[in-house]
Design a binder for this molecule. Structure first.
Ligand code: GLP
Length: 255
């Protein structure tokens, strides 16, 4: 794993955006796997800036998002479809029909999951952006004795609903289910970019990057992927510096 630690959050955003922008520059028809949550907001802002500054076009790019809540329409401001339009798609030149998110409103979720996997299989993601949940989830793959490889419907952990309640007016409004790409789909990406910030994520960062590979911490499966870049702020990295760096083949400080 290529792990880089940043003193400055803005620099972390720029570095993450740079990886994505460089990919699109060198491969205009790149396939990007995209994430939501608070972590990528600054990354998308920097990507929009980089695209404007360097004249990078997304007109031939295709995107696939990791996950979506079940039961929220795309015009609901808490849906991930709304989030993506707000934070990225409306600010770059990507045709919306080349952007894909799981459909949490369909009457046949199972058929949708199969269709999404077939599309992912055909498209082959070049770069998958990921955030990290406090319990080690990636996408909405929650810790469990068994994980699904493909896209599936998941019942959200109470801890996840509580963590995400900050975006809703009350926890009762946080959906109980979501559709998420599976860990198998995530690991099929050519390259993975994991971005994590904050002291509250320090212990799960250490577990995910240096602990045993276990379905109890879905992000630990990233250790099995040959090309993972991890960008951390110094708070998220704080337990890596003092704790074991075992398993990290390349630990660089960008401070
Ligand atoms: C959410 C999303 C994840 C995200 C994670 C962390 O529930 N489903 O894709 O990475 O939780 O979110 P945040 O960046 O807001 O901490």
């Amino acid at each position: 794993m290529d792990i880089r630690v940043f003193e400055d959050n803005a620099e972390l955003d720029v570095a993450a955006a740079r990886l994505m922008a460089d990919l699109v520059k060198s491969k205009p028809n790149a396939v990007l796997g995209l994430a939501t949550g608070s972590t990528p907001i600054g990354v998308y802002r920097s990507l929009i800036d980089a695209a404007a500054k360097d004249g990078i076009s997304f007109s031939s790019v295709t995107t696939f998002n990791l996950d979506e809540y079940v039961g929220l329409t795309p015009d609901n401001d808490q849906s991930y479809a709304y989030y993506m339009n707000q934070h990225l798609f409306s600010k770059i030149d990507i045709p919306l029909n080349q952007t894909h998110l799981p459909d949490g409103m369909t009457s046949d979720l199972e058929a949708f999951c199969q269709k999404y996997d077939a599309m992912l299989e055909d498209a082959k993601v070049d770069l998958q952006l990921l955030g990290l949940g406090h319990n080690g989830h990636i996408g909405f793959n929650e810790p469990a004795a068994e994980l699904s490889a493909g896209t599936h419907v998941i019942t959200l952990d109470e801890a996840t609903r509580e963590a995400n309640a900050r975006f809703f007016s009350s926890i009762d409004e946080v959906p109980t289910k979501a559709v998420t790409m599976g860990v198998g789909s995530i690991l099929k990406a050519e390259r993975i970019l994991l971005v994590v910030r904050g002291a509250d994520k320090a212990s799960i960062v250490r577990r995910a990057l240096t602990g045993p590979v276990t379905t109890d911490c879905p992000a630990s499966l990233l250790q099995l992927h040959a090309r993972v870049t991890v960008l951390l702020d110094k708070d998220a990295a704080s337990l890596l510096a003092t704790g074991g760096k075992e398993g990290c083949s390349n630990f660089a400080s960008a401070m």
